[in-house]
Design a protein around this ligand. Structure first.
Ligand SMILES: C[S@@+](CC[C@H](N)C(=O)[O-])C[C@H]1O[C@@H](n2cnc3c(N)ncnc32)[C@H](O)[C@@H]1O
Length: 379
């Protein structure tokens, strides 16, 4: 990436030779160019929220920024990109959306996330640290910035306007008015709702959702179909809820089979916190582990009996099957002999082809007009 201060070598995480997608976009470039052109003073505490792959904090490393992200992959990409560009460890403070934010913010740079709820949550958490002199600039692709996005900045921080579009990217300028009387902002997250009936062991149970989690305000119809067709886990010990989101699938297994040891994994810090809260809210007997990570990377080979997943098919705004592929191949490695991977997906995604390639088998367990539940066995 060419920045006003020089060239940077950047990559996504994990690096995938099949998918050579750039680790930055026009909205990162636009923001950096604006800061340089305007001579924005980057002094005090510079906070960067939602940096996708670490391009912004790597470019601004000289100002010792603080990065706040919900994504394990983004954090790992940032670590690698800082190293690639010779930035010493510790120069950039890497925080997650679950960590307490800094007490004072002098420059707030926001790469607008896909989830409006996550943006709301982050702005509300940071608002007490923002003062009248804080420089606030948001950035995103034109298609990611809506009137509702601007209204959030306006409601939580102060008057907001946008720039002209450049290479399909736009900037958001917000002038904080911490002393202005505004409607008290009730922090709506985490959000808790009660599950409907007819979905097995979790019927009528409670689900806790931190902001930005998949289907945070209602049960997803695919997840509902999965819950109605989960395997009988009697005798099964080590189960993984892979890409656990709010943890509803793993909690269903734990409720149905108190002998099961359930590992909840997600790359979103908000998701893993939600899964833990959901599990605890239901007073589930048994043993569980909660882990932020990339699929089953780091889980010992052969240590899992059953993996359950509703894989994502987006990375930010881009459709991709790379994550599903990593999840399936990670499951094949982590499963012991006879272990099973159960997958729910939209029919059109053709997951059976991938499962056959990896496992040599794929059986249709259930289907309706929209979804299929597939099972692959490690032979
Ligand atoms: C379609 S949602 C399913 C969530 C939940 N299992 C459900 O059915 O409600 C997919 C989940 O995969 C997670 N995810 C995406 N990439 C991942 C990765 N590389 N490793 C682990 N989880 C990932 C997302 O954060 C999201 O929570």
């Amino acid at each position: 990436m060419t920045t006003p201060w020089g060239e940077l070598a950047l990559a996504r995480f994990p690096e995938d030779p099949r998918e050579r997608l750039r680790a930055w976009d026009a909205s990162d470039e636009y923001l950096l160019k604006h800061l340089a052109d305007q001579g924005t003073p980057l002094s005090g505490t510079v906070v960067v929220v939602g940096d996708r792959w670490g391009a912004l904090v790597t470019a601004l490393a000289a100002h010792r920024p603080v990065q706040i992200t919900d994504s394990f992959l983004a954090q790992e990409a940032t670590r690698a990109n800082l190293g690639r560009n010779g930035v010493a460890t510790g120069t950039v403070r890497l925080l997650t959306t679950q960590d307490p934010p800094p007490d004072r913010v002098d420059v707030l740079l926001v790469r607008v996330p896909k989830s409006l709820a996550l943006l709301e949550d982050q702005l509300l958490r940071l608002a007490p640290a923002v003062h009248e002199g804080t420089v606030v600039v948001g950035t995103g692709m034109v298609k990611e910035i809506h009137t509702s996005t601007l209204r959030l900045f306006e409601r939580i921080l102060g008057p907001t306007r946008t720039s002209l579009a450049e290479k399909k990217a736009r900037l958001i300028f917000c002038t904080p008015e911490p002393s202005r009387e505004r409607e008290p902002s009730v922090h709506p997250w985490p959000y808790t709702y009660t599950l409907p009936g007819g979905i097995g062991s979790v019927s009528g149970r409670t689900v806790v959702n931190h902001a930005g989690v998949f289907c945070a305000d209602r049960l997803d119809i695919g997840t509902r179909f999965f819950l109605q067709h989960l395997p009988d886990t009697k005798g099964t010990r080590r189960v993984v809820d892979l890409g656990c989101g709010n943890g509803v699938v793993g909690t269903a297994v734990a409720l149905a089979n108190p002998e099961a040891e359930v590992l909840f994994v997600d790359e979103s810090f908000q998701a893993v916190a939600s899964a833990e809260a959901t599990y605890k809210a239901n007073g589930v007997p048994g043993h569980a582990e909660f882990r932020v990570g990339d699929g089953l990377a780091g889980v010992p080979a052969g240590s899992v009996d059953l993996a359950l997943t509703n894989p994502p098919f987006h990375s930010h705004q881009t459709t991709t099957d790379a994550t599903a592929w990593r999840m399936f191949s990670g499951a094949r490695r982590a499963l012991g002999p006879g272990g099973e991977l159960w997958v729910i997906g939209n029919r059109h995604l053709g997951y059976h082809v991938k499962l056959r390639r990896l496992f040599g088998n794929s059986r249709l367990v259930a289907s309706d007009a929209k979804f299929v539940v597939l099972k692959a066995v490690k032979e």
